[in-house]
Design a protein around this ligand. Sequence first.
Ligand SMILES: Nc1ncnc2c1ncn2[C@@H]1O[C@H](COP(=O)(O)OP(=O)(O)O)[C@@H](O)[C@H]1O
Ligand code: SF4
Ligand SMILES: [Mg+2]
Length: 328
Amino acid sequence: MGIAPATKDDDLVTITGLTREFSSGGGFLRPRRTMRAVNDVSLDVPRGKVTGVVGESGCGKSTLARLVLRLLEATTGTVEFDGKDLAAQSQGEMRKLRRQMQMVFQDPYSAIDPRYTIRRALLEPFQVQGEAQTAAEAKATVDELISMVGLSPRMMESFPHQLSGGQKQRVGIARALALRPTFLVLDEPTASLDVSIQAQIIDLLESLKEELGLTYLFISHDLSLVRYFCDRVVVMYLGRVMEILPGAEARPRHHYAHALLDSNFEPDPARRKVVTMLGGEIPSPFATIPGCAFAARCPAASELCKRERPPLADLGNGHMIACHHPMD
Ligand SMILES: Nc1ncnc2c1ncn2[C@@H]1O[C@H](COP(=O)(O)OP(=O)(O)O)[C@@H](O)[C@H]1O
Ligand code: SF4
Ligand SMILES: [Mg+2]
């Protein structure tokens, strides 16, 4: 699954210096505090490939996803989609671009009225875009979408609560594909599914990508899954990029990426029991860390690590790492 380093023309999305701050407090006796959920992230998303973003819960993955689709405004930095700076687009232009970029959520039904049938849920994107369809067109559209994601047309009149988790996610994917996008951001699309169902959804995503020539930004807290599915992998920690693996076969050399691969380490805090390998607490997202963001938990941290932030440097072949003392 290795790929040659992409040229600029090969990139569908180019992210440069992207930062998003959130503030809290500011009331009586509560000082205003600011944190950077996404901190100076630069990243290219090559066309027709799967770019993975991985990291623990709270590291900024969903914020990055929303920034990339301009569902959230950046504090600083830019996102270019097909050469167009998203922040510079008018509302009308943005509306057109929205058709080309869609999101698949962990729980696709959180955004859908539970009283909607599958048919209605699949037709909603057209209504949102103000696109009128005749009854015959609407039927053809829904028939095609539903078969594309491997569901039976018999399910069309079902309601969300009558579907299994895997079936619901298939409907979520069908909805995202309704307007024929070129780019999908998949935010933990399999995180709430059983392992066997997860594999089926990944297979489906893989074949849809080939069939429709899609580009994916695939977000997960599971590095093993991301390494299996993605052409390149971006490892994030506390809003920053720690490492970029250029291919599935590239071995992680960052201490944090290693910790993520360790079977004792559970990156989902909801399910975390004991973290044996990593000592130390995740620093508060409001703390200003002068050095490496991972220093408090890293077994190899030196004085230099605590003092100076390691820049993201190229090891060759597009393998990037932000670490003063990379692993061999
Ligand atoms: N709308 C918001 N207001 C304030 N803080 C937010 C908001 N959205 C996200 N955050 C904070 O930003 C950080 C990153 O969150 P998020 O992007 O959801 O991470 P992830 O998807 O990796 O779990 C977290 O500390 C979270 O609390
Ligand atoms: S820079 Fe230092 S603290 Fe950070 S990961 Fe590398 S060795 Fe560990
Ligand atoms: Mg998230």
